[in-house]
Design a protein around this ligand. Structure first.
Ligand code: AMP
Length: 192
């Protein structure tokens, strides 16, 4: 139980969450749970949930908190999460963060480690523009960054108050970010 790693990875678009999640999974075999991926799969399968959330996702809006909490609660019931998990893209609102705390209270280990990959707006913009994706125009990039700040600042403040938050300098080279992330996980394991 002492080795259980319950991580929440928070970062804006282009902050390197996917890359770091991959590096964490190599060092610690825990499932990477991306709520965006789960929802996209539901949409592709045409499930009842998928049909319900498709339009919301297409418009770049947030799926409601009650639905998201049900999705995450269901996923966390899978036995592969016994040794821990990395949550990516969740929680995105204060109510999701509060709801997650309730879900985690019912697990053997309720403590989470929240890693925030800090990258300035300018650097996120530079990285996204560098991807050369058709939907990465200056306007959409600015909108996505603004959306990230609006959505997640309250959730970040919630964890900051609980003393569960670790800020990582996400502007360093990838290897250095990974080093800091893995060190933060070691410190967290020492909390038990
Ligand atoms: P992502 O891949 O994390 O950017 O998620 C893609 C889309 O899925 C978002 O634009 C939302 O419509 C939806 N979504 C994913 N995670 C959440 C969440 N925690 N709360 C609300 N909507 C979400």
């Amino acid at each position: 139980m002492g080795g259980t790693i319950q991580l929440i990875l928070i970062g804006g678009p282009g902050a390197g969450k996917g890359t770091q999640a991959e590096a964490i999974c190599k060092a610690h075999p825990i499932p990477h749970i991306s709520t965006g991926d789960i929802l996209r799969r539901e949409v592709a399968e045409g499930s009842e949930l998928g049909v319900r959330v498709r339009e919301i996702m297409d418009q770049g809006l947030l799926v409601d908190d009650a639905t998201m909490l049900k999705v995450v609660e269901h996923r966390l019931q899978c036995p592969d999460t016994e040794s821990g998990f990395i949550l990516d893209g969740f929680p995105r609102t204060l109510d999701q963060a509060r709801g997650l705390s309730e879900i985690l209270k019912r697990r053997p280990v309720s403590k989470v480690c929240v890693l925030v990959l800090s990258v300035s707006d300018d650097e996120m913009t530079r990285r996204m523009m560098g991807r050369g994706r058709a939907d990465d125009t200056p306007e959409t990039v600015a909108r996505r960054i603004a959306k990230f700040h609006r959505e997640t600042e309250d959730a970040i403040a919630y964890y900051q108050e609980k003393g569960q938050l670790v800020r990582i300098d996400g502007e360093q080279g990838i290897g250095l970010v990974t080093r800091d992330v893995l060190n933060a996980i070691e410190d967290y394991l020492g909390w038990f």
